[in-house]
Design a protein around this ligand. Structure first.
Ligand code: ZN
Length: 180
């Protein structure tokens, strides 16, 4: 596994709609290495819970989400700054994800993005979604998501469509280090 460089706004690869991975190629070494490198890259980005392939300059419909997102939903204490207690997260892989349903109910939350450093945006999104996707073994899945995990899924799906929090936010906030 190797850590890949994360591209930053306004890089053009972040704006290009990403292409589908042919399902027959999910088990190819190219896609398996991409998934492995993306997990490694996210593991080494303490501020991030999700990473989409366009953020590592690969215009494909793939993203990974850390199980830290589920822990936040479960109300577990998460302290990335506590070096004495390194967290061992798992990484969920989503290939060709499609948001099939979105709830009418929305919530507004302040979001950050590894490709938009030092800034946060207040983004309104549907509270619940139903997603269909392939995992890294080529198996198809479909299920509903709520709370923070549903939000991260929508943020990452936006990346695959070339959208960023700067497009979605009602208001952008600049936050200096130390206030985070
Ligand atoms: Zn992002």
């Amino acid at each position: 596994m190797s850590k890949l460089p994360i591209v930053k706004f306004p890089h053009s690869v972040l704006r290009r709609p990403a292409g589908e991975v042919p399902p027959a190629e999910i088990l190819s070494s190219r896609i398996q290495r991409l998934v492995s490198d993306m997990k490694d890259t996210l593991a080494k980005a303490p501020d991030g819970v999700g990473l989409a392939a366009p953020q590592v300059s690969v215009p494909l419909r793939v993203f990974v989400i850390s199980s830290e997102a589920s822990s936040i939903d479960a109300g577990m204490r998460v302290d990335a700054n506590d070096a004495n207690k390194p967290q061992k997260w798992e990484y969920h892989v989503f290939i060709n994800p499609v948001l099939k349903k979105r709830s009418r109910e929305k919530t507004t939350v302040t979001e950050g993005c590894l490709s938009v450093p030092e800034k946060f945006g207040e983004v309104s999104r549907p509270a619940k979604v139903y997603l269909e996707w392939y995992d890294e073994r080529g198996k198809r899945h479909g299920r509903g998501f709520t709370k923070f995990f549903a939000r991260v899924l929508q943020h990452e799906t936006d990346h695959l469509d070339g959208l960023l929090i700067v497009d979605r936010a009602k208001r952008m906030l600049r936050v200096s280090r130390g206030e985070r």
